[in-house]
Design a protein around this ligand. Sequence first.
Ligand SMILES: [Fe+2]
Length: 140
Amino acid sequence: MKRFEWDSTLETGDKSIDDQHHTLFTLGKEFNIAIMNGGNPTISMKLIQDLANYAVTHFNSEEGWMRKAGYPELQGHAAMHEDLKRKLVNRIVAIKNGQLPMSADICIFLHDWITHHILEQDLRAIKWCKDHVENATSAA
Ligand SMILES: [Fe+2]
């Protein structure tokens, strides 16, 4: 299975959010390649940390826009972002402590979480913001 391959069904219609999602996919792909190549654990750890850091930046930006637009389901949406951050940090700590191997399972988890979140949550949320706020754009 191809992980972190972008396709047009993931596009939200907001250029700035789509660019950020693209960056998440690029980081995910690099991490996937490192894991599949049986990569150096130091490099894999750096890549997963880069992805985790970027996810936080992206979530803050997305939530800021939804807040500004008055998105009524922001609280639930932000709780999902928190859920990923917690799960990812827990995995990173467990790997560092030697309790969890650096394996493809982490990449599968990340790919599935991010893809489902975009398709099931972000598309709906961004459509709401576009429908309810004139000239809505996350870049404004
Ligand atoms: Fe989101």
